[in-house]
Design a protein around this ligand. Structure first.
Ligand code: GUN
Length: 284
């Protein structure tokens, strides 16, 4: 059994980006800039936004964190997004979700320039992924594919993959990426009967359900690679995933931990998408 340490893999990706940014600096060029919009004072969102800003700094990219009042109007938020779209010095735009209840996240996502949509959430980018075109792919799915590659799972022909969860941010895009790599993919979700039986057929099991330690040993095929996207805070204050790591690990070929698993990969893929957005803008 191998533990896939996302924090270590993330350092590899960041070292590569740092070199690329250093080269830009040496050539006296403009540096990539990521704008992160935080609306309100949700503590979890504040912490995620901080870690995104710190990650930018750690590779020498620039970060512009825009904190807006929790009671901002929909119109004012859309105006802010338009301003960032029009700003030639901004490469990537990320609006931290969830937004306060009075705001409509969908129309905010729709307002982001698809060429700056480093979250890959705009329907143009979602459609590009669906139809096999180039575009921005959401960061967590990109990180998951990188983790699979790190254990030699790249061409997935002949492998069955089961994705638990059907969100636009994780479940749906990761299923498409797995399929692009020739895996035979099944998506299951909270309303799927016999979910554990279906999961127990998977050579690759990706779990993004948001349910603390839901996946037990009987859900897992002997020798499976298990990717745990969940981040749940237990009553004792510690973090855990959607997979019961201790129960499952002995059965797996490889498994991601929580914390230090998928989370750090998501953040570094955001940097990688920002660098890509920069390249697109510089090419004009
Ligand atoms: N909230 C939790 N994860 C994410 C993410 O990847 N992007 C955005 N915009 N908000 C999030």
């Amino acid at each position: 059994m191998e533990i896939i340490w996302g924090n270590q893999l993330a350092e590899e990706v960041k070292a590569d980006l740092r070199q690329k940014v250093d080269a830009l600096k040496e050539q006296g060029k403009r540096l990539p800039v990521l704008a992160v919009v935080l609306v309100g004072d949700n503590p979890a969102s504040q912490s995620y936004v901080r870690s995104k800003a710190n990650a930018c700094i750690s590779v020498g990219m620039e970060n512009k964190t825009i904190v807006l009042d929790g009671d901002i109007s929909q119109e004012a938020l859309l105006e802010k997004v338009k301003e960032l779209n029009a700003d030639p010095n901004i490469d990537g735009i990320l609006v931290q979700l969830p937004l306060p209840k009075h705001l409509d996240a969908d129309s905010v996502i729709m307002a982001i320039d698809p060429n700056k949509d480093v979250d890959g959430l705009h329907p143009v980018n979602a459609g590009n992924l669906l139809t096999g075109r180039d575009g921005f792919v959401p960061c967590t799915p990109l990180g998951i594919m990188y983790m699979l590659k790190s254990v030699g799972y790249e061409d997935l022909a002949g492998k069955t993959a089961v994705v638990c969860g059907r969100s636009n941010l994780v479940g749906k895009p990761v299923a498409l990426l797995l399929q692009n790599q020739n895996a035979t993919v099944t998506i299951v979700h909270s309303k799927t009967p016999h979910i554990e039986e279906i999961c127990s057929q998977a050579d690759i099991l990706v779990v993004a359900m948001g349910k603390e330690k839901m996946v037990k040993a009987n859900w897992v095929k002997e020798g499976a690679v298990v990717i745990d996207v969940g981040i749940n805070r237990m009553e004792n204050g510690k973090l855990c995933g959607d997979v019961d790591f201790e129960d499952v690990k002995a059965k797996t070929k490889a498994i991601t931990p929580v914390p230090k698993g998928v989370g750090p990969m998501t953040v570094c893929m955001l940097l990688s998408n920002t660098y890509r957005a920069y390249q697109i803008h510089e090419r004009g």
